[in-house]
Design a protein. Structure first.
Length: 155
């Protein structure tokens, strides 16, 4: 297990704030995903409700598959940067790269592009976003036991 704090010591207030802020990007993007995605796809991009729901379902299925896989792999991975931090960095990069493409119109589409083709365009970005979100969330939550040595401070 990765240890960030020597036994018997606690984190300074500054470090606690830094670790707490480490998950902010993922939480912000997830909030947009759950509260605004269907409205955006239906009202802004003009998707039929069923197609907007299909895109949300694709994302939730990707999340459901990737979350346990990332959890398992993050326990097995060994890297110079640390197994948890490596997965956190991977997830953050995936979220940063894919999220803007989800909440922007299709770059290769025009008014005559069928909606099924737009689903094919958005699906890889949604899958990458959900894998990245799972990697960030799982690795961040698994970092907590290694941050402090006392049970009281972990809570």
């Amino acid at each position: 297990m990765e240890q960030f704090v020597p036994a018997g010591r606690s984190l300074s207030a500054c470090r606690r704030v830094c670790f707490a802020a480490g998950h902010f990007l993922n939480d912000l993007c997830s909030s947009m995903w759950f509260t605004y995605l269907l409205v955006y796809l239906h009202s802004v991009l003009g998707f039929r409700s069923t197609y907007a729901g299909v895109l949300l379902l694709i994302g939730q299925m990707a999340d459901g598959v990737s979350t346990p896989l990332v959890g398992y792999q993050s326990d097995k991975t060994s890297c110079f940067y640390g197994k948890r931090k490596t997965w956190h960095l991977f997830g953050t990069i995936c979220v940063l790269v894919s999220f803007p493409f989800i909440f922007n119109p299709c770059l290769a589409c025009n008014d005559s592009t069928p909606q099924w083709a737009q689903i094919l365009y958005f699906s890889p970005f949604i899958i990458i976003f959900q894998i990245g979100s799972a990697a960030t969330q799982i690795s961040h939550l698994s970092l907590i036991p290694g941050l402090v040595s006392s049970e009281k401070n972990k809570t």
